[in-house]
Write a protein that binds this ligand. Structure first.
Ligand code: MRU
Length: 326
């Protein structure tokens, strides 16, 4: 099953609830845009392309439950800001709203937005397939590839960006091995990347985030590939910890690749303009409900960091591979 699907009968979005992984995935039905906003904020659906497509269906939900176009647009503004860093969220909402600009009723806007949201879901898979094909050229049989967070099929509608490249390698008969960083504090690497690669029988070894530099020093990593939440003029925003991997890769002469669709590019901005999401400190104070730090300790919990472009060896997009100076 794909990460996000529209249920025509229920007129609702069905998501694989990623909070439940690695246990058997549960499905989450969102009937209203408020339910979808909650799903995005709590990471039931996560990963830049996935929240983009989910938000496209969110626009449909807001036309479904609103009595006027103005009311729906107000909800869409809230949806657009559900998480601030991944540009795909804003991009998707704006794309759908532009397509319904001349609609005269909520019913007409709902129908038209649904057609486009369904098309965007299909496009996401096609785009990831193309990223995979271009990216696979960068890898050789037998290489060991480090990745961070989850840029796999669960971060998209299907196939994945960084992990899509790995899947395409296998499709072409290149057996690469993945080293997955745990990705504290929400463990998208151990819970989701390790899970989805094992489902596909792709070799994966889990490490703590802080082991990465040591493995590089010992010659155990040939290449790094990650996804992106936003690519601006001078940096790549991705899950917190990505920047350390890029610095370490540079130090050890290891290529550092980013795989992302063109919808992740935001070339009107530089790093300083972008708001990095800061999440609740309880994500560090507790681990699965168990106390993990002293009560009341101050916490800094940035969800993303920015890797300067000079640390990036190549960016893989659906249109091809881009090399420095980008
Ligand atoms: O907080 P998350 O889990 O949404 O963060 C996701 C990431 O950082 C991914 O690497 C990024 O969105 C790319 S997904 C193809």
């Amino acid at each position: 099953m794909q990460t996000i699907a529209w249920d025509d009968q229920k007129e609702a979005v069905t998501l694989i609830d990623q909070r439940m992984l690695p246990d058997t995935p549960d499905l989450l039905l969102c009937n209203t845009v408020d339910e979808l906003i909650h799903a995005i904020r709590t990471l039931a659906v996560r990963g830049a392309p996935a929240i983009g497509v989910a938000a496209a269906f969110g626009v449909v939900l807001s036309f479904k439950t609103s009595t006027t176009i103005e009311e729906a647009l107000k909800k869409c503004e809230e949806l657009k800001n559900a998480r601030p860093t991944a540009v795909n969220l804003q991009w998707a909402v704006e794309r759908v709203l532009a397509a319904v600009e001349d609609c005269e009723s909520v019913g007409e806007a709902r129908e038209r937005s649904l057609d486009l949201a369904k098309r965007m879901a299909e496009e996401d898979v096609e785009v990831n397939r193309a990223i995979g094909k271009h990216g696979a050229k960068l890898f050789k049989d037998g290489e060991r590839v480090l990745t961070h967070c989850n840029a796999g099929r669960l971060a998209c509608v299907d196939w994945g960006t960084a992990l899509g490249v790995i899947r395409s390698c296998f499709e072409e008969g290149k057996h690469v091995e993945v080293v997955a960083c745990e990705t504290r504090p929400l463990n998208q690497g151990s819970r989701i990347t390790a899970w989805e690669l094992m489902e596909d029988k792709i070799p994966v070894t889990l490490i703590t985030d802080s082991s990465a530099a040591y493995l590089m020093q010992r010659g155990m990593i040939d290449k790094v590939i990650v996804g992106a939440d936003r690519i601006v003029k001078d940096a790549v925003f991705n899950k917190i910890g990505t920047y350390s991997h890029a610095v370490n890769a540079k130090h050890h002469g290891i290529p550092f690749y980013v795989a992302a669709p063109m919808s992740t590019f935001d070339l009107n901005h530089t790093e300083a303009d972008i708001k990095v999401e800061e999440r609740d400190g309880d994500e560090l104070r507790y681990f699965k409900g168990i106390k993990n730090a002293p009560d009341g300790v101050d916490v800094l919990n940035f969800a993303f960091d920015a890797t300067p472009l000079e640390l990036v060896s190549a960016i893989v997009t659906e249109e091809g591979v881009i090399y420095p100076p980008f």
